[in-house]
Design a protein around this ligand. Structure first.
Ligand code: AHR
Length: 505
């Protein structure tokens, strides 16, 4: 295979790559919360106050910056008061979106905030616009964040929590165009303004309110939300009704979500999937262009609070639980997304993969017997931790072999880079399945030596981890060196994700 060549400008300090681009999402869906994070205090599986300890330990290595909860579609039928107070007295409800199962509300506000504290993650609470009232949302914010003597602060104290929590992010409903209420952009925009108005900043807490926006590149939502945000915008973004707008982008191989197997796919499906994943950059650019027209100073943030692969559920599992395996292909999907996210860090402030455990493109798969498997996607998150809050460094693929996918060309090399003081981190994704790819990267502006290089791959793109073979896909050392000419040289195996940590002189 012909070689690929790229350049990285190590002496140019680009936009900061917010750690929140590595955010997570935990919905009351399938076995993400129940049987995932939450096993209950009486479980034989080691737990702290009902939250599974090995899951928390594994996630700590990812430095989870924020966790979105309780949905997704579930958020718009969730009523928070059902999930506080003595567990035995909490009412039940039907989770109509996901499996039509009865939800007993054992995991509620206190349990979620406890989980965030264990993870060291900021809370991203998604409020209910679809079927909840303004008062209900307003009181939830008060319950969570207000100190002193107020009705909701008193209720929180009666439920065992004296001090308020800090809540960083607040979602104003979810997918208003669909499961969140089948609204029009204009109707939802008015509602978002109204709900946001009553989500107050109590005491020292400062909410970033996130309006629910488009699916993919449906720019009608971005236009409506931006026109409205700017009409009341001032130099203080906190004075705008919402401080960010979101979109969702799911990856599949072109025939629609939930149609194809996570583990059994041919070369054509593989390349279509990666081309679709790379397409997230066009979607981000499209939203950015609209936002730039209304808000050139970038006061309003763009958030991709659901992304990832969506495959057919594993055989024998509940179709409403969205449990899927996770292969090398999924890891490369993640690598391509992060490269795009890094390049757009000036406007894109947060992203949340769907979802953390046992649902869609998960980090971790668990079973009810105490088994736990780290997925290839988990390893991409871990290998990219060095990008959190680092300065993006301009990087360009100058030359790369490409795969033809329909009428598009998918370059087989993707890369992005960041610097932090005397260190730099390069991430490289090789999408080719035919063989190894020799790569040279011209490191411009600063002298560098390789501190550590690692690669993530498997015998084929279908490789994945199971309880029997938990390390079938795991990071391994990679040979890489910087020559006297300042050129980094390495060879990427087929279907591989790699990181190179550099020490800068
Ligand atoms: O992540 C699963 C679901 O996908 C979410 O609940 C919803 O927002 C989206 O359609």
């Amino acid at each position: 295979m012909s070689a690929a060549h790229a350049v990285v400008d190590l002496d140019v300090t680009g936009d900061t790559i917010s750690r929140h681009l590595y955010g997570h999402f935990a919905e009351h869906l399938g076995r993400c919360i129940y049987g995932g994070f939450w096993v209950g205090e009486d479980s034989d599986i080691p737990n702290v106050r009902g939250i599974r300890s090995d899951v928390v330990d594994a996630l700590r290595a990812l430095r989870v910056p924020n966790l979105r909860w309780p949905g997704g579609c579930f958020a718009d039928e969730y009523h928070w008061r059902d999930g506080v107070g003595p567990r035995a007295e909490r009412p039940t409800m039907v989770n109509t979106h996901w499996g039509d199962v009865v939800e007993d509300n054992a995991f509620g506000t206190h349990e979620f905030m406890d989980l965030c504290e264990m993870l060291g993650a900021d809370a991203y609470v998604n409020g209910n616009v679809g079927s909840g009232t303004v008062q209900e949302m307003s009181e939830w914010v008060e319950y969570l964040t207000r100190s002193g003597d107020s009705p909701m602060a008193r209720l929180r104290r009666a439920n065992g929590r004296d001090e308020p929590w800090q809540v960083a992010f607040w979602g104003l409903g979810n997918e208003a165009w669909g499961c969140g209420g089948h609204m029009t952009p204009d109707y939802y925009t008015s509602l978002a303004r109204r709900y946001a108005t009553f989500c107050r900043d109590h005491d020292g807490n400062r909410l970033t309110r996130i309006a629910a926006g488009a699916a993919d590149a449906d720019l009608r939502w971005t236009h409506a939300l931006m026109a409205s945000a700017v009409s009341s915008n001032t130099p203080d973004p906190q004075a705008s009704p919402y401080q960010a707008i979101s979109f969702h982008y799911y990856t599949h191989s072109g025939t629609g979500i939930q149609r194809e197997s996570a583990t059994e796919f041919d070369a054509e499906q593989y390349y279509r999937t990666l081309a679709h994943a790379a397409g997230v950059e066009r979607v981000i650019s499209a939203h950015e262009a609209v936002m730039d027209a209304y808000d050139p100073e970038r006061r309003i943030g763009l958030v991709c609070d659901e992304w990832g692969t969506w495959w057919r559920v594993e055989p024998g599992t509940n179709p409403g639980f969205l449990f899927q395996q996770n292969t090398v292909r999924d890891a490369l999907v993640a690598g391509l997304h992060f490269d795009a996210f890094h390049r757009h860090a000036g406007r894109l402030r947060m992203a949340n993969i769907a979802q953390t455990l046992n649902v869609l493109q998960a980090m971790i798969l668990t079973d009810d017997e105490g088994g736990l498997v780290l997925t290839p996607t988990y390893h991409v998150y871990e290998m990219n931790v060095g990008h959190h809050d680092a300065a993006s460094a301009p990087s360009h693929v100058v030359r790369s072999p490409a795969a033809t996918v329909g009428d598009e060309e998918l370059p087989l090399l993707s890369l992005s880079a960041s610097t932090r003081g005397a260190t730099a981190l390069l991430s490289l994704t090789h999408s080719g399945i035919e063989g190894p790819l020799p790569v040279t990267v011209d490191l411009r502006g600063r002298r560098a030596v390789v501190a550590r290089a690692r690669v993530l791959t498997g015998p084929d793109a279908q490789a994945h981890n199971t309880p029997e073979a938990p390390d079938a896909v795991a990071p391994a050392p990679l040979d890489a060196e910087v020559g006297a000419d300042g050129v980094l040289r390495l060879t990427l195996p087929a279907h591989a994700f790699a990181t190179v940590e550099l020490t800068l002189e």
